[in-house]
Design a protein around this ligand. Structure first.
Ligand code: GTP
Ligand code: MG
Length: 378
């Protein structure tokens, strides 16, 4: 590589000199402002020092033998760059190897601690319990390590894990029941999860226990009998029910019910895979202009829950409602799902009775689905 430094009065002039001298392929390595004071002058004049380089073309040489290669000295910057790139690639693959080694080590450590009698019984039993309930390995590891600090008795560690788990969970306030200002809420979710029934339960509690003035609106005109179901439940509870077949009138209908404390809006069920149906639902929640609750059945597989949460994200749900918790024996899985998806939960439902089977969850109760205190894990 040919490197040359130029001193000029202006950058433009300097660049012209370099082009003339080294050609248009020259590389500018550096430019530096160096003011100079001409002889017999009081003032400095601006000047520039420009360093430029030109890569010299090297004729390809035959590939040297291995012995010769060892003695080869890297002299040009191109060779240095290639060497740096190779070294980096090498470092990346070494990093991957290291990550794989660490994960193997973690696995071996786990089976080793299993082989040690006594001390690790708690950790192993707890780890298996947490993971079998759908808690991620890393979260389970972290909870056990934190709870085991200072080596407390297993029962204390157990309640500590439960408390730590509870601390990580988010409960969304059940504003439909307790807010002092008017609330408008829309309920979205897959088909048949219990949206309409849950709306009727919340409406019943709000009207009967909390003495609120409630109105129900059904926008479910897609399914035969969709709005009749809500009207029938509303009738049983003595709550007025309105049907809105055209989304353009929903905004006006909500505005006209301004004397109500609570307006609950039912929507038609949408499969998370039916993107066009999800798109058609968007104007409904937009017109409702209230809180959106995502209703999911607790009997849904974790993978499907993750998909539902991601597909319904477009409605910016304020909370999730888990229904049908009476129909599953692995309630801990839903706690794992809440943690994994970082979702706040507002209600649980545990049966078909309206309005009785509605639960306002507490974080401790949710953590208890995963770590029941009464069960001894050995
Ligand atoms: N076991 C049990 N069944 C429930 C619960 N909540 C709702 N159901 C039942 O689930 C079925 C479907 O409930 P809906 O309220 O019609 O469900 P939906 O989400 O409105 O259904 P679509 O409008 O068709 O999408 C009904 O038979 C309800 O009684 C619950 O917590 N536990
Ligand atoms: Mg319904």
């Amino acid at each position: 590589m040919k490197v040359k430094t130029y001193n000029t009065c202006s950058l433009h002039e300097g660049l012209e000199d370099i082009k003339r001298d080294l050609g248009s392929e020259a590389l500018i390595l550096s430019t530096r402002s160096v003011s100079v004071r001409p002889r017999f002058s009081l003032f400095k004049k601006p000047a520039w020092e420009i360093t430029a380089a030109l890569e010299e073309k090297v004729e390809p040489k035959p590939e040297p033998s291995l012995g010769a290669k060892r003695q080869l000295r890297i002299s040009s910057s191109t060779s240095a760059a290639v060497a740096t790139a190779r070294a980096r690639t090498a470092r990346d693959s070494r990093m991957e190897e290291l990550i794989a080694e660490i994960s193997d080590l973690k696995k071996s450590l786990r089976s080793l601690t299993k082989a040690i009698p006594g001390k690790s019984d708690f950790g192993d039993g707890m780890f298996a319990a947490l993971v079998s309930q759908g808690i991620d390995h890393d979260i389970a590891d972290h909870l056990i390590a934190t709870a085991s600090r200072g080596n407390p008795a297993p029962s204390e560690q157990r309640s500590f894990v439960r408390r730590l788990l509870a601390d990580q969970l988010n409960i969304a306030a059940p504003v439909e029941l307790y807010a002092k200002t008017p609330v408008v809420s829309a309920f979205v979710g897959p088909t048949g999860v219990g949206k309409t029934t849950t709306i009727a339960k919340i409406a019943g509690h709000a009207a009967i226990r909390m003495k609120k003035k409630v109105a129900l609106i059904s926008t479910d005109t897609a399914r035969i009998g969709g709005h009749e179901q809500l009207a029938r439940l509303g009738g049983l509870l003595g709550i007025p029910t309105y049907t809105c077949a055209d989304v353009s009138t929903l905004k006006d209908l909500v505005a006209g019910l301004d004397d109500c404390d609570l307006i609950l809006i039912d929507t038609s069920g949408s499969s998370p895979s039916d993107l066009s149906r999800l798109s058609r639902l968007e104007p409904v929640t937009a017109a409702a202009d209230g809180k959106v609750h995502l209703v999911i059945s607790a009997t849904t597989r974790s993978d499907d829950i993750t998909k539902i949460v991601s597909r319904f994200q477009r409605f910016s749900p304020a909370s999730v409602i888990f229904t049908k918790i009476d129909e599953t024996d692995s309630k801990g899985a839903l706690t794992g799902d809440l943690l994994r998806n970082e979702l706040p939960v507002s209600y649980l439902t545990n049966g078909q009775r309206v309005p009785e089977d509605l639960v306002i969850p507490a974080t401790d109760e949710l953590a208890g689905f995963v770590v029941p205190l009464e069960t001894i894990i050995i």
